[in-house]
Design a protein around this ligand. Structure first.
Ligand SMILES: NC(=O)c1ccc[n+]([C@@H]2O[C@H](COP(=O)([O-])OP(=O)(O)OC[C@H]3O[C@@H](n4cnc5c(N)ncnc54)[C@H](O)[C@@H]3O)[C@@H](O)[C@H]2O)c1
Ligand SMILES: [Zn+2]
Length: 375
């Protein structure tokens, strides 16, 4: 097992860790009130111009603070409508329109201020504009701070599938200001915690143990607990991404709980369940299937279920989804290779593995049992 090194502390207020990707390496800063600190941005902006991309919910809350941090640069902005349903090519075009109207050249730096939707779109726009310009992520949801802002996946949805059009484009820096989480709806915070728990389950048992104790502090937005959880999550993701930047192997482990989760999201209609809520149940179901295969102790399944519930997440799937529909939805999931369903399962807490040897009967029994718990 690889081990995690300590996160480097810049000072009491902030932490820095580095995603090691050769010449595409970049720092992640985590702490309170980083948003308006020029030191977080200045070294990572090459030219004189920045284009801030945000949305109509986040901009009124944090745009002024970000602009203060970017003082001295020539700043333009584009404010998108809020919502996953706008994560499409038409809305993406608004970013290109703004860049072109303002006659931005290749020396512009795109700055994404918002959750994962804004980050994915701004990053994709930066990947495409004039064949690629630099960008900086300023994530303002827990999910974006621990997941979507790290790793370089960018893109938009197509009516035929989520995130189907996109590019790998690494940010120059990620600035996660934990104070922004104070305005985040509680449900969104819980959704982000699903991904945090996921990292513990994949490869970091001590982190999982810590979470069992600290989830209430995280939900209460305790600054030290938040900084630790975000840093540790990013460190876990960064290690996996550094080992497999373009998802040919190990990166697939990050999909723990996601095949089940995607089936719930798609089966109930996107937007009914938050992604993180579906992943929370997905983690529980992955544990249940692992237990059914004899890989995981029942006591560990119970611990996983308890911590997911403690995070304010659902632990049983909707009963409205018939079992054939589950299998259908899981089979269209992109983890299908050569017709075989590949799933990430657990051999223990902190020991995830990708397997192609899934017995459809065991999978069906797991779904039926989980749904039985709903009734
Ligand atoms: N690129 C990746 O690797 C990756 C990984 C995971 C998820 N994603 C993508 O991320 C998206 C989900 O991201 P998300 O969960 O951040 O959703 P989101 O961006 O839709 O944000 C959730 C809601 O919170 C609002 N919000 C954001 N910050 C706020 C704040 N500080 N205070 C108050 N409200 C705030 C947003 O406007 C939105 O209404 C999905 O599109 C998903 O595909 C990408
Ligand atoms: Zn996810």
């Amino acid at each position: 097992m690889r081990t995690l090194g300590p996160v480097s502390f810049v000072d009491a207020e902030r932490q820095r860790l580095d995603v090691e990707l050769g010449e595409r390496s970049y720092p992640i800063f985590i702490g309170r009130h980083l948003l308006s600190d020029p030191a977080c941005y200045r070294p990572y902006i090459v030219g004189e111009r920045v284009m801030i991309v945000s949305n109509e919910t986040v901009a009124p809350l944090y745009l002024d603070a970000l602009r203060a941090g970017l003082k001295g640069f020539e700043i333009d902005q584009v404010i998108l409508p809020d919502g996953e349903r706008y994560k499409d090519l038409a809305t993406l075009n608004c970013i290109f329109d703004a860049l072109l109207e303002r006659r931005c050249g290749r020396d512009v730096t795109v700055v994404a201020l918002g959750g994962g939707v804004v980050g994915d779109m701004a990053g994709f726009a930066a990947a495409c504009y004039q064949r690629g310009v630099p960008f900086i992520q300023v994530p303002t949801t827990l999910l974006a701070q621990v997941d979507s802002s790290v790793g370089g996946k960018t893109g938009v949805n197509h009516p035929a599938g989520k995130n189907m059009i996109g590019a790998f484009h690494q940010p120059r820096a990620v600035i996660a200001d934990t104070a922004t989480l104070e305005t985040l709806p509680e449900r969104e915070l819980s959704a982000g915690l699903a991904e945090v728990i996921k990292y513990g389950l994949i490869s970091d048992r001590p982190f999982f143990d810590w979470l069992e104790d600290q989830v209430p502090a995280l939900r209460a937005l305790d600054p030290a607990a938040l900084a630790t959880a975000i840093a540790r999550s990013c460190e876990n993701k960064a290690l996996i991404v550094a080992a497999d930047e373009r998802e040919s192997g190990q990166r697939a482990l990050l999909n723990l709980g996601h095949s089940f989760g995607h089936a719930i999201e798609a089966g109930t209609g996107y937007g009914t369940w938050l992604h993180g809520e579906a992943v929370g149940v997905g983690l529980v179901m992955a544990a249940q299937l692992s237990e059914r295969l004899g890989w995981l102790e029942p006591a560990d399944t119970a611990r996983i279920q308890d911590v997911v519930a403690l995070a304010g997440l659902p632990i049983v799937p909707p009963d409205s989804l018939p079992s054939e529909r589950w299998l259908e939805l899981m089979a269209v999931d992109k983890k299908v290779q050569r017709g075989r369903l590949r799933l990430v399962l657990l051999q223990g807490i902190g020991e995830a593995l990708l397997t192609a040897d899934i017995d459809a009967g065991q999978l069906q029994a797991t779904i039926a049992a989980a749904q039985g718990a709903t009734a």
